[in-house]
Design a protein. Sequence first.
Lengths: 175, 134, 650
Amino acid sequence: MGWRMWLPLMVFALFLGLAAYQLTQPKDEFVESRMIGQSLPYFELPAATEDLPGVSSKDFADGKPRLLNIWASWCLPCIAEAPQLEALKEQGADIVGVAIRDDPADVAEFLARHGNPYSRIGRDDLSEVQLGIGSSGVPETFVIDGKGTITYQHIGDIRADDVPLLLEKLREAGR
Amino acid sequence: MRGLLALLLAAMAMPIVAQGNAPPAPYAYRQLDDPAKEAAAQELMETLRCLKCQSQSIADSDAPMAGDMRHQVRIRIAAGENPEDIRSWLMQRYGDYVSYAPVVSASTWPLYALPVVFLLIVGAILLRRFRRRA
Amino acid sequence: MIAELGHAALWLAAALALLQLVGGALALREGEADGIAGLARPAAILQGGLAGFAFFALLYVFAVTDLSVKLVAANSHSLKPLIFKLSGAWGNHEGSMLLWVTVMALAGGLIAAVERRLPEKTMQATLAAQGFVALGFYAFLLLSSNPFERLPEPAMEGLGLNPLLQDIGLALHPPTLYFGYVGLSVAFSFAVGAMLTRSVTPDFARAMRPWVLGAWVFLTLGITAGSYWAYYELGWGGWWFWDPVENASLMPWLAATALLHSVSVLASRDALRVWTIMLGVVAFSMSMLGTFLVRSGVLTSVHAFAVDPERGSFILALLAVYIGGALLLFALRASSISEGERFAVASREGALVFNNVMLSAILAVVLLGTLYPLLTEAFDVRVSVGPPYFNPVSAIFTIPMLLVMAVGPLLRWRGDSFARISKELALIAALVIAGLIFFALFEGGALLPLLGLALAVMLAVASFLPLRGRNLKRLPIAVWGMVVAHFGIAVALFGMASESAFSTERLAALEVGQSATVGPWEVELASVQPVAGPNWTAIEGRMLASYKGGEGQPIAPQSRNFWAPAQQTTESVLLTRWNGQLYAVMGNEANDGRWQLRLWWKPFVTFIWYGGMLVALGGVLAIIGRVQQDLKRRSIRRKGAVRRADMETV
């Protein structure tokens, strides 16, 4: 009989522990993709701007690892990210862009103003590729190996100190 | 609930700058012609989480990504796909988080096991009370 | 100067709360009611006065827009209308905490002034508990959220002119909730006082009952209004989303509902002592937990308010001390409190116990579903728990509860037989079955809404059965309260089930001059006009809505674009008929020049909120009836005491 009266206190103690632990944890709103380690789904996107070709999933099967950058000209963090993409390109990364719900004129203007690190940009008006690879925001960057397998996901804009890690992941994907 | 009012301000007032000006996907705001299929799509959309929102389903959100997800759901249903297959297609990509209907899995079984425990406790309490009293 | 006086009054009030605590503790130890312990009542009354003064001081600095006060400068503006200047006083974290502690202190003062039924020692222990709870909030206010803090240099102008926040609902919603929470804190203090002095009696239940009923009425109103507001503002026709913050408001209501029924059993029959104490502790825990969830930001919600992890830690610490302490006391004392009078399965108490347990189980399910994502996140797994979980799982407990709710009021106290009420039972069963068949033929649909409709019809009839064969003029007001509240539940349930079974949705893209049908309505888009407000521009769709070919009624929903901050909102239009609402939302222009419209026809959806108001009305009737009874009982007692005194002198 007596021990049952302690049950509410024990349940409450469990809750307290959990709540206290969660308060100390930084709250991240990231939804990680479950597609890491899986092949890119089939897709074919038209060009997002006149100057660069569009993107197809077949482009990733030529043995060369690449970065797949989900971005948009209307996205403010993408502007912050532009110099880092430039740096990655200078250090040999091939960056393929997917522009989400974008307009060719806006894309061209963005590239003119903030630089163009991309080898191709596909136009994804319906978030098909985004949904297909489990990306939930803009910008996000995926590492794709030479066989078209997704090996790494970076959520949010790339900061200067993320660049070495992404290069390392690219190198790993090339092995 | 203290916030239920201040609450909504955040939700209904979504910032327009960060979403672009592109038109919504064709089926984001358009129903399927077949009422039965539309009903199936609606039912599914109400149970899928909008990934860009604060705890809203894609059926209740004006976020463009929610619109794109509604488009996906509707065209797949129109093509004859089973709603639960669409749900698992999304769960393969986003995990349990994307579905408001938790499936029984290694991480969610207590959600269903504990109510059964509650049922047993309820039964035990009532039985004890009534048996002794009657 | 006024601000400093308010600040000083808060410190004094805190000191008096401490005095209440010390006095009560001494009373327990020495077992006597004199000395410092005797100061508990006057201290509580004075504390109420001082806190009230501090709150008026805050209202004053907001009313005159004293921009040297930091809180005013951050949340008000000299050009605001007076009503929103005043509501700005509690529309922020510091002010809302002051409002809470003020209402709590006033409630403490009130019980100290008028409550004479309980043994003095129990009363002092209750005031000590009340002082202890208040002390935590005073510490929170004075140490980390001082509302009277001055700026080194007065601001030139206040920052708070956001028109989005100038809403009468937003102004009244928080006080409604705090009244509810504070009522539960009084019930909590009574429960702690009763445990400390091992005095769990019908008098204790009677002292606690008006506070529980009052809290319950305010919580009912808060949830009802909040749900309507969400329905109206979010622009997608939903009225309940099982969002963590909504659940945080539902959980104290569920606990208070169970508590008010078990308090009644204890008051009339001296049964369910331990259970009532437990619920008194749980109900207050739920309101603290709700505050914690809303303000700490540990859960993601559309309704987050004043989120700050540091405040979250403070509230969690208070939660740990109060609830942990009360549960520890419960564990130590509960076995020594006898369970009270006995009763049979087929009795009023039997039914009340059944539904109390069911309500507690529903509470447990909501709590589990709400906190579960928090639990898995500790293991880096993110899950979502939503309507597909809450609806069916809570229905497992709700359905039997609704059935027993229909039968319970027909049973007599102590012991009864189902045979005696066999006719009524047959009627109830027949209504459920007939309702199921009728609605199934009428509209197939999912099982749960169907069951909801049938049970609602049955309960609507059954809630009036207790009136059969009674003289309606002489019926106690409290019984009317029960009938009205139960009928209100039936009405609300009918609205919910009908909304979910019969709603029709129409997303249309129209050119000007075209029309769309939704349910029995035909809506014609007559013209589209740009309109401008003080800080927004909008696209307004002027439409004519006609019901079943009748005359067109003009409606004009808007899609608004605010600048600074740039936000888009929808101003939906609701056209209400007795049998439902037309819900119209104006969307954007599509590529081809047509306009996106969202239309819903929601039969009987308004019953949800009418029902909620009826439930609250029932609660008000119950309070009136109970207070009346208590006053009568008190005057009888007094006369008895006088007579006894007369006898002694003779």
